[in-house]
Design a protein around this ligand. Structure first.
Ligand code: HOZ
Length: 431
């Protein structure tokens, strides 16, 4: 495979961009090799600067549910761009997308647009703190909510001890306000809430963890969290940046029938343009300025290009619920194929799938949270990644990212991917 142009761009990029990339996972640090610089994408295919074509299993980390360069989305963005790319004043599109989301998602009475999932989650915990008058938030190890300071905290020596910043630049003052529990461990959450009685403003979680591979909630976990939040007057925040409008039009909340107090969204509600949003119960959202005292603002919030793209995609998804069935079918064929190949060659594995999100862990398991996910064989994953890439399949370049499928994938793409997977496994095991 010739990747000379990517190599040349990477060399140039490293001189002027930290690590040569604008988001760390793109640097291929977990898998080695040169990051590929993409030139274009269409439907389910990515094309790099050297003209190599790949079947895409990232879908821009979620939003490309109908594939890249979806014609109606492209048309909507092009039309709106003719009338300006930003006003710094309200527009009709903002009202329409807010109406569409609030009328579709039970419990989201009001919604505020921001520019990224990070911003949405940062703002949601600020509102929860303002609303409850409490300072601590509880998050789960391995759940990612963007790079806000409060989220870059790792657990201390035990669940009940203070957390530490996981990145220089985050203060110990911030760390003391973030409590960490193991995903899917309800008892630990209860213990932490009891030990921090009347101090916890919010519990924030990815209802289906999508940033430590893909790990679904155990039966009763979300219901249990809902109950604990009610008992302790804690705001329950579901981060549906990856799962919202993807695993189901109503997101994970619709699949598991558990309603959060606040929900955060990202990427997909802008069809891949830079967008985030947080929304929820009226009484909480009315704490946001200018109605309420919690400040949050932004010139590019509700940007017309992003709103036009998002509105077009969400309308299409709402009008075509069969998209989710089709995606489910394709994803389940892929999941079964992966499982058969791994079982056939006796490769230890745990596979999870929720709708069109898939996670494969190369370990005996169990994998129910980060301590299980961490056991995945990272070297093995790196070899799989490169074997697949050579065969024209672009997987997430990290063992801790989920696969995201798009409905633009054809059955031929799925069967090509499974053949590539079997060949790659055989190559690895025979060397
Ligand atoms: N870690 C991000 C997705 N979970 C990656 C974002 C990006 O590099 O684009």
């Amino acid at each position: 495979m010739n990747i000379d142009k990517s190599k040349e761009l990477y060399e140039r990029a490293e001189k002027v961009i930290p690590g040569g990339v604008n988001s760390p996972v793109r640097a291929f640090n977990s898998v080695g090799g040169t990051p590929l610089f993409m030139k274009k994408a269409e439907g389910a295919y990515l094309y790099d600067e050297d003209g190599n074509k790949y079947i895409d299993f990232i879908s821009s980390w979620g939003p490309m549910l109908l594939g890249h360069a979806e014609p109606d989305v492209v048309k909507a963005v092009s039309e709106v761009a003719k009338h300006s790319t930003s006003f710094g004043a309200p527009t009709r599109l903002e009202v329409e997308i807010a109406e569409l989301i609030t009328s579709s998602i039970p419990g989201v009475d009001k919604i505020r647009m921001v520019n990224s999932g990070t911003e949405a989650c940062m703002s949601a915990i600020r509102v929860a703190r303002g609303y409850t008058g409490r300072e601590k938030v509880l998050k789960f190890k391995g759940c990612y909510h963007g790079h806000g300071d409060s989220f870059l905290i790792e657990a201390g020596s035990g669940a009940l001890t203070m957390g530490h910043p996981s990145s220089p630049g985050v203060t110990s003052g911030t760390a003391k306000d973030t409590l960490i529990a193991e995903f899917n461990d309800l008892n630990q959450v209860e213990e932490i809430l009891t030990a921090n009685k009347d101090e916890v403003a919010a519990i924030i979680l990815e209802p289906i963890a999508g940033n430590m591979g893909c790990i679904p909630p155990k039966k009763g976990f979300l219901e249990g969290l809902r109950r604990l939040c009610d008992d302790h007057n804690v705001v329950m925040i579901m981060d549906e940046v990856m799962t919202g409008f993807r695993v189901h039009f109503g997101g994970a909340q619709a699949i598991y029938d558990v309603q959060a107090d606040l929900v955060t969204y990202g990427k997909i509600i802008g069809a891949g343009l830079p967008v985030g949003a947080y929304g929820g119960k009226k009484e909480i959202m009315d704490y946001v300025a200018p109605t309420g005292p919690v400040y949050q603002a932004g010139t590019l919030s509700g940007n017309p290009l992003a709103m036009a793209a998002g509105l077009t995609l969400l309308k299409k998804l709402k009008e075509q619920p069969e998209v989710y069935d089709e995606l489910d079918k394709k994803s389940s064929i892929l999941e079964k194929g992966f499982r058969n190949a791994l079982e056939g060659l006796n490769v230890p594995h745990v596979i999870y799938r929720v709708g069109s999100m898939i996670g494969i862990f190369y370990t005996e398991g169990p994998v129910e949270g980060f301590s299980g996910a961490e056991k995945t064989d990272k070297d093995f994953f790196g070899k799989i990644f490169h074997g697949m890439l050579e065969r024209g399949v672009y997987l997430p370049p990290s063992p801790f990212e989920a696969f995201f499928l798009s409905n633009a994938l054809t059955m031929e793409d799925i069967s090509h991917t499974l053949t590539a997977f079997e060949e790659t496994l055989e190559d690895i095991l025979n060397h």
